[in-house]
Design a protein around this ligand. Sequence first.
Ligand code: SF4
Ligand code: SF4
Length: 334
Amino acid sequence: MLTPRNVSDALDKYYISLRFHARGGQGGVTASNLCVEAFNGYGVSQPQFGAERMGSPTESYVKLSRNVELVRSNEQVYSPHFVSVLDPSLMYEFNVTAGIPRGGWLIVNTTMNQLEIQDLIKRKDLNIATIDAIRIALDILGRNITNTIILGALIRVSHLFTLEELSDAIMRRFKENIAGKNIKAVEQAVEETCIYEVGIDVDFSAYTKIPWQQVKPELPGYKDLDMAGVWYCDMDENIIKVGSDQVNTGSWGEWEILWDQEICTDCGQCWFICPDFAIIREKGEDGMWHMAGIDTYHCKSCQNCLNICPVNAIGKKLKQAPGSCAVPEENGGE
Ligand code: SF4
Ligand code: SF4
C-alpha cells in the first residue's frame, strides 16, 4: 500500500513517472500539465500527438521529483508508475499497461470492475483504481471532459499532490466559473474512486529507457509502400481505396454522427469539410452526386459536418463505449 511517506521518500531519491492515455479533445495533455503545476517540487510534462486531431489517441507523459537533476529532459516515459486512461475504449485498442512495473497503478475512467479489467489487460500484478468519470463530468461539467476528474482518482492512490494543491493549479489555469465546477468534480472523484490493490508495492527505483530504433537499410522505400491518408477518384470517378482506408478511424470518436435525410438539402458543405472523407455521396440517376450518409467506419466524430450544416440535418449521440455509462441523446448544431 502506498503511503504519503514512502511516496515522499521516493520523490527525494528518484523520479516518479506517469502516462496519460486520452483522445484528442479530452484534455489528456492538460491533465499532465496540471500534475506538474500541482506538484510541490520539480516536474516536466511531454505530449505525444499523432497527425490527427479530435478523437485521435494521444499520450502524454509526466516526470516528477524533488531532485531537479532527475527531471531535466523532456522525453517519452517508457515505464510509468501510474497510468491514467481517460477513455475506456482505448483499452480495447492499445496496450495501455505497456511498461508499467509490477505493483504500478492503472487508473481508468470506467464502470468495469477489477476482474473485468484484469481479464482485459491480461495482468494481475497491477493495482487498479476506477472512476465513473463520464457520469461525474456530465453531471457537473455538462460535457464529457474527464481530465480533471481522473486527477481526483490519481490523488486518492498516488499522494503526489493534495486536493488543495490541485485546486490551486486549476484556479490558476481556468476561468473562475469553470475552475469551480472542475474542483467540485475532482472532489467527487476523490470520494468515489474504487481501489483494488494486489498487495505488490511498486519499485520506484526501477525504470526503463528503450533505445532509439536503428533504421535498417533493407526496409522498403516509400515507392514500395501503400499510399496513405487520402482517397481519390480515377478518371471514371471510381473511388480507389488505398492506405488509411484500412484504418478504423471510426473507433476513435466518442460520438455517433447521425444524418437526417428528411431535413438534408443536399448542399454538400459537409462533404467538403469532412477531413476523413466520411461523408458518403452517391451518383444518382440524374448523373449528379448526392449526399447518401455517414461512413461510420471512418467518421472520427470531429463534428465539423455537424457545425457547418446550415439546416441541422446532422446530429450526434454519445456512443455506449465499452465500460462506459449510459448517457442521453443530444441534438446537433450546438
Ligand atoms: S463525418 Fe462529420 S464528424 Fe465524421 S469525420 Fe467527417 S466531418 Fe467529422
Ligand atoms: S451540410 Fe447538411 S444539408 Fe448540406 S449536405 Fe450535409 S447534411 Fe445535407
